[in-house]
Design a binder for this molecule. Structure first.
Ligand code: 3PG
Length: 398
């Protein structure tokens, strides 16, 4: 069911689950991509004259209110982008939420305070989650699931609520699912996947799955050092997950067996310390000096990666190649982003997935419209690519 199937929404209270989990520096939003992505569905509901009630989380509070996890900065930004006032309730489903929702006129918007301030939201106990779903349902007539970034969570405002209220899938979730299916359902080949980010252990499932699906797997970012270690190289002070070395050896063997090309960097930018102004050099990937820390793939690797990306018909990129937040270590990430644009210009379909790579694209000043799709999902897009059934989608048959 989509929003169209919900009928005339004028005067109806519509509860929308959005993913407004943005990175904050104090109370300043450092990347508002997820707020921007939430706007089209909310605007559509406002224009339809609905009374819009938004539920969202921020960070991982421990089931009780914490100032630093308040949605206040998000509420301000949402109001600016939507161009209509957004009233932030002081609680999730309590007196303030009820009063704010009761005072909504048609076409007005309320945002509930961080839904994870309520311990029932993330509870493993079905009955606890169901009781929060009942409280949420009392605030609305229908439910729209539009927080793609949380559809992999079996949580009250994502999963349980869809069994209580008449429910529909929002436009953002539809767009995301359609784009990601181009990579999972019979992708056009060559199908190339670029993985980065800090930890191999976050990506185990997806790597295992891609070894049966992708034609090429390019590895960069912090996780590459566990691959280099698995090949017998020393990695200095670079990030290393020793407990994953055997797993990675298994991946390398399986890739060879399946005919999947694994592309690893041939050179690395190493620094003295994890700092923006640390002295740095380029060294061969198999000769990282003791005491130095790898913070980016090197220039030869950037060229190699680009050459293995630009002919892709389908390319998925998840995770930065280096510490792109520091200009000295941003070149690898920049080169991969550019190669995705080039693949797109050559007629391929490119997907940027994961909060960090999406943020990198925006921060490094790339034109977002050149990419086939920039996902708002981090874990959700990885689990989707892994071929897992995601609770928030399964409950809606999406
Ligand atoms: C994300 O940031 O990937 C989503 O907002 C989900 O957040 P979570 O990993 O804390 O559930």
């Amino acid at each position: 069911k989509t929003i169209d199937d919900l009928g005339d929404l004028r005067g109806k209270r519509v509860l929308v689950r959005a993913d407004l989990n943005v990175p904050l520096d104090g109370t300043t939003i450092t990347d508002d991509g997820r707020v921007q992505a939430a706007v089209p569905t909310l605007r559509r509901l406002v224009d339809a004259g609905a009374k819009v009630v938004v539920a969202a989380h921020l960070g991982r509070p421990k089931g009780a209110p914490e100032d630093k996890y308040s949605l206040r900065p998000v509420s301000t930004r949402l109001a600016e982008l939507l161009g209509v006032p957004v009233t932030l309730a002081e609680d999730t489903v309590g007196d303030s939420a009820r009063a704010v929702v009761a005072s909504l006129a048609d076409g007005e918007v309320a945002l509930l305070e961080n839904i994870r301030f309520d311990p029932r939201e993330t509870s493993k106990d079905d009955a606890e989650r169901a009781s929060l779903a009942q409280d949420l349902a009392a605030l609305a007539d229908v439910y729209v699931s539009d927080g793609f970034g949380v559809v992999h969570r079996k949580q009250a405002s994502v999963y349980d609520i869809a069994q209580v209220l008449p429910a529909a899938v929002g436009g953002l979730v539809l767009t995301e699912v359609e784009a990601l299916r181009r990579a999972t359902d019979d992708p056009e080949r060559p199908y190339v996947v670029v993985l980065g980010g800090s930890k191999v252990s976050d990506k185990l499932g997806v790597i295992a799955n891609l070894l049966t699906k992708a034609d090429r797997l390019l590895i960069g970012g912090g996780m590459v050092f566990t691959f280099l270690a698995a090949q017998g190289h020393s990695v200095g002070k670079s990030l290393l997950e020793e407990d994953q070395i055997d797993t990675v050896k298994g991946y390398l063997a399986q890739a060879a067996e399946n005919g999947v090309e694994i592309v690893l960097p041939t050179d690395i930018v190493v620094a003295d310390a994890f700092a923006p102004d640390s002295p740095h050099d380029v060294v061969p990937a198999d000769a990282i000096p003791d005491g130095r820390i790898g913070l980016d793939i090197g220039p030869a690797s950037a060229e190699l990666f680009a050459s293995r990306i630009t002919d892709a018909r389908t390319v998925v990129w998840n995770g930065p190649m280096g510490v792109f937040e520091f200009e000295a270590f941003a070149a690898g990430t920049r080169a991969v982003a550019q190669a995705l644009l080039d693949a797109g210009a050559n007629g391929g379909f490119s997907i940027v997935g994961g909060g960090d790579s999406a943020a990198a694209v925006r921060r490094l000043g790339f034109d977002e419209s050149g990419f086939g799709h920039i996902s708002t999902g981090g874990g959700a897009s990885l689990e989707f690519l892994e071929g897992k059934s995601l609770p928030g989608l399964a409950v809606l048959d999406a």
